[in-house]
Ligand binder design. Structure first.
Ligand code: THU
Length: 136
């Protein structure tokens, strides 16, 4: 696959700069590519009513799905407290479930800890998934 992971992670960092996280101060950025190479930014958006918060990954997917994208190649995710990135930010269970609606097991999840890039697949992070196949 012709994905430039370094560029993907850089663009996720750009998304992260737009995070709205006044409560946790944990800012997350995501950058999503569909199979037509269309790209979508996402950041976490918190709310005073905490449970109304949405993660960066789902923000990116919602923007994409809302303009008609349905098949995806990869998402880069970066997150951390304050300005520096020091750890890999794995997608939460709700985001993995959300991805499972539109992505197969080969969908790539690209993470960055400030030093290294790590690439997982959705199949690795969520080997058993409840999805539309179960409803047939
Ligand atoms: N968050 C994300 O945006 N993505 C993740 O994968 C993990 C958590 C956000 C939600 C909340 O705004 C903050 O990080 C702390 O949980």
């Amino acid at each position: 696959m012709d994905i430039n992971y370094t560029e993907l992670v850089q663009l996720a960092q750009l998304s992260r700069a737009r995070a709205y996280a006044p409560y946790s101060k944990f800012k997350v950025g995501a950058y999503l590519i569909d199979t037509n190479d269309e790209c979508f930014y996402g950041c976490n958006i918190e709310n005073a009513s905490y449970s109304a918060t949405i993660c960066a990954e789902r923000t990116a997917f919602m923007q994409a799905v809302a303009v008609g994208a349905r098949k995806f190649k990869a998402i880069a995710i970066v997150g951390g407290l304050g300005d520096e990135i020091t750890d890999f930010c794995y997608p939460c269970g709700v985001c993995l479930q959300f991805m499972s609606e539109f992505c197969d097991e080969n969908f790539e999840i690209v993470l960055y800890n400030g030093k290294e890039i790590k690439v997982h697949t959705l199949g690795e992070l969520m080997p058993f998934r409840f999805n539309k196949e179960n409803l047939k």
